[in-house]
Design a protein around this ligand. Structure first.
Ligand SMILES: Nc1nc2c(ncn2[C@@H]2O[C@H](COP(=O)(O)OP(=O)(O)OP(=O)(O)O)[C@@H](O)[C@H]2O)c(=O)[nH]1
Ligand SMILES: [Mg+2]
Length: 371
């Protein structure tokens, strides 16, 4: 085994087994510095999907060993899937260390929202968990918005330099943020979860600040992790998410892909109004309760997507549960790894069917519905 590590994903390099992680041909390894393993080379140059899933135990070991030297945690959350990226493992670290919380992917939000409004909302959510970060930064590593703000905050709290651990679940944009802060695209980034394999240490040029990019943890309950990789990519938005507003009668059913459906139970009178936020490729369909079974049985991929033909049977075989829920005006019902509905005129009373392992929760509105 060699002591060299891949500069893209942090894995230890080896030339013995091409089928194992960290492989690099012997002749390449002899060259002095700056090697990418074969997997990173393929991800970077051909956009190939080569994910590696970590167990919670492995994750804990990796992060705890890095916590010994690091004084600061830079915790990254995805603004579009805040609840999905709000994992207990990450929250535990934030209770133990000084932290700067970074909310990434601001560019995906459809409504004009002032970053300070987002920061206040996040602060409230963190307070509920007993977490008080040093500061909160709202950024988009895609267009660079707010990145310099992270740098300024680190320098403000640690004028003499620091080792900072960049933490978060998979795919929230940790490596993209590290690259932005370094000013180069060294670390491997991909649209698939599970890209970074081991911690990667990099010093921001001309400073005493070292960033430690860590592998992400796959959290529980994301709808996007219950489908195949092709559908996963369609459900994780790359561009601004879509918003569609509904005003519905009792016994109408909203089917989202074939992932979940809910029936409106409100008695006749004032009709509830709500907006659905999700990636543009996620389809939805409104129908009558008595037509639902027939609709689901047809399994029409053109109106009930995702899942696709390849992963539909597997998804449909997951155990389903029924939830009876009341969402008040100003609240949102969140589907982890998929999107949310925001209730403009409530209460919205529903009976919702989804897989048992899918995560749903009710929160106070992140995007206040437009009047
Ligand atoms: N729209 C948008 N996409 C982003 C942003 N930041 C990162 N991404 C995308 O999110 C995906 C994941 O980015 P990475 O930087 O690899 O995420 P990571 O957290 O390091 O992922 P792991 O290493 O798998 O834990 C990539 O497709 C990025 O292009 C952002 O600000 N906006
Ligand atoms: Mg990464």
């Amino acid at each position: 085994m060699s002591e060299k590590v891949c500069i893209g994903c942090g894995i230890e390099l080896q030339s013995e087994n091409p089928n194992k992680n960290g492989y690099i041909p012997q002749e390449k390894l002899k060259e002095s510095t700056g090697h990418y393993c074969q997997r990173c080379f393929k991800i970077k140059n051909y956009g190939q999907y080569i994910p590696v899933k970590m167990t919670r135990d492995d994750y804990r070991k990796e992060v705890q060993s890095e916590m010994k030297n690091a004084k600061l945690a830079i915790a990254v959350f995805d603004i579009i899937d805040f609840e999905g990226s709000f994992d207990v493992e990450i929250l535990d670290v934030l209770r133990e260390m000084d932290s700067i919380v970074v909310i990434n992917k601001l560019d995906l939000i459809p409504d004009q929202k002032h970053p300070s409004e987002v920061a206040n909302w996040v602060k409230g959510r963190l307070e509920e968990e007993g977490i008080a970060p040093l500061d909160i930064a709202i950024v988009s590593s895609k267009n660079g918005y707010g990145i310099n703000g992270i740098f300024k905050k680190i320098k403000y709290f640690y004028p003499n330099g620091v080792e900072a651990l960049v933490l978060g679940v998979t795919n929230v944009g940790k490596s993209s943020i590290v690259n932005r802060l370094l000013g180069v695209k060294t670390v491997t980034v991909s649209k698939y979860p599970g890209t970074t394999l081991k911690s990667v240490k990099k010093q921001i040029p001309h400073t005493n600040i070292t960033l430690v990019d860590t592998p992400g943890l796959i959290p529980e309950g994301r709808f996007s992790d219950l489908v195949c990789e092709k559908c996963n990519l369609k459900m994780v938005p790359a561009n601004e998410i879509s918003r569609k507003t509904f005003k519905v009668d009792k016994n109408r059913v909203l089917v989202i892909g074939q992932l979940l459906w809910f029936k409106v139970l409100n008695d006749d009178g004032v009709k509830p109004i709500f907006s659905l936020y999700a990636a543009k490729d996620v389809m939805f369909h409104e129908t009558n309760a008595d037509k639902l079974k027939e609709l689901l049985d047809t399994q029409r991929g053109d109106i009930l997507y995702p899942p696709c033909d390849e992963c539909r049977d597997k998804y449909n075989s997951l155990e389903k549960v029924t939830h009876r829920l009341t969402i008040k005006t100003g609240q949102e019902l969140v589907f982890k790894g998929l999107g949310w509905i925001s209730v403009k005129r409530g209460p919205l009373e529903i009976e919702l069917v989804c897989p048992k392992e899918a995560g749903i929760s009710i929160r106070s509105a992140f995007i206040k519905p437009k009047r």
